[in-house]
Design a protein around this ligand. Structure first.
Ligand code: NAP
Ligand code: ZN
Length: 360
């Protein structure tokens, strides 16, 4: 066992605060990692505040981890001390069901082990995530990072926001000649814009925040639609091959369904705490449209996404924060004021609290 230090929520209403806990000593198949950076996903907030009603407290969120390997078990062959690696949303799965055999560990029939909020394979114990100084992870769930050292903080969000958008874009074969909508310009949405553009699609960004228009174009969108403006929406009726909806709150899905053309699909990745109003069935049946869902991505595909992003020079646009500013970051996230991912510099945990650095 080693002593770990992090930040935890102890109830839905208590602010995250310093928390010490034990991590297992690395076993033969484990990689021990000092965490350098951890992205702040909206799922962290949903979990810290028990919005999905499944949180086990104390809860140490964080599943967009980049760090440096400090030790490896005897059977580890892919990593050595000193390597820069990533850890995403999963740290284990059963490894013997059909989805695991297909590299789809996120759909493990026996339930994957989340990087935080468990349950650990076998014991069902809680797991503690990346808002902490180090972590021990089974080799199969550790990713190679080939971006340069200067980009490492901006690589962290690829481990969730990157793969969660990459996977459905690949699943629905987005590429040149496709008109693709991305709904919401937050952490996931801004990665969706970059990745869909790199895949060669024509990208239209839907936002509720008119002041994000210029940023969306800079990030790679070809066009921006303010979704609160019915005229702007109507101009795109029946024209999209695919829409990726990243919105973290319940909203009217029909407004986007009618923008799909025949056989078009809208994949939902946003996971609001309460349901969307039911869409109108006629909007689906009249043009054989589909609503789909997608959960992060498998380990093999996450590696593919990291390599794709390295090849295309893609990283996240980030605002680095100190760990003691996490609650301010959450409040800004709730106001859709994220440009476009907060990333915790874990040196701030190692070197103690200092003056607040993030504007409220
Ligand atoms: P985020 O950074 O907070 O971005 C969400 C964006 O949605 C906001 O920036 C805003 O963009 C838009 N939005 C927020 N409230 C809205 C509303 N009431 N109506 C319309 N648009 C609204 O969050 P994130 O980290 O990208 O995560 C987004 C969601 O995906 C969360 O629910 C998260 O839990 C979920 N998630 C799912 C998976 C998965 O595997 N499926 C993985 C990770 C995260 P604009 O200002 O541009 O409108
Ligand atoms: Zn996430």
């Amino acid at each position: 066992m080693t002593q770990a230090h992090g930040y935890a929520a102890t109830s839905p209403t208590t602010p995250l605060a310093p928390f010490s806990f034990e991590r297992r000593a690395p076993g033969p198949q484990d990689v021990a990692i000092d965490i350098l950076h951890c992205g702040v996903c909206h799922s962290d907030l949903h979990t810290a505040r028990n919005e999905w009603q499944n949180t086990v407290y104390p809860s140490v969120p964080g599943h967009e981890i980049v760090g440096r390997v400090t030790a490896v078990g005897d059977l580890v062959s892919k990593f050595r001390p000193g390597d820069i690696v990533g850890v995403g949303c999963m740290v284990d799965s059963c490894q013997h069901c059909a989805p695991c055999d297909d590299g789809l560990e996120q759909y493990c029939d026996n339930g994957f082990t989340g990087t935080y909020n468990g349950p650990a394979q076998g014991t069902g114990a809680n797991t503690f995530g990346g808002y902490s100084d180090h972590i021990v992870v089974r080799e199969q769930f550790v990713l190679r990072v080939s971006h340069g050292e200067a980009d490492l903080a901006a690589v962290a969000p690829l481990l969730c926001a990157g793969i969660t958008t990459y996977s459905p874009l690949r699943q629905w074969k987005v590429g040149p000649g496709h008109k693709v909508g991305i709904v919401g310009l937050g952490g996931l949405g801004h990665m969706g814009v970059k990745i869909a553009a790199a895949m060669g699609a024509r990208v239209v960004l839907f936002t509720t925040s008119p002041d994000k228009r210029e940023d969306a174009l800079r990030l790679g969108a070809h066009e921006v639609v303010v979704s609160k403006n019915p005229d702007e929406m109507a101009a795109h009726a029946g024209s999209f091959d695919f829409i990726l909806n990243t919105v973290a709150a319940p909203h009217d899905l029909d407004a986007f369904l009618v923008l799909l053309k025949l056989d078009g699909t809208m994949t939902l990745v946003g996971a609001p705490a309460s349901p969307h109003p039911s869409p109108t069935v006629f909007n689906l049946i009249m043009k054989r449209r589909r609503i789909a869902g997608s959960l992060i991505g498998g380990i093999r595909e996450t590696q593919e996404m990291l390599d794709f992003c390295a090849e295309h020079g893609i990283v996240s646009d980030i605002e680095p924060i100190r760990i003691e500013d996490i609650e301010t970051a959450y409040e800004r996230m709730l106001r859709s004021d994220v440009k476009y991912r907060f990333v915790i510099d874990m040196d701030s945990l190692r070197h103690g609290a200092a003056a607040s650095s993030v504007p409220a």
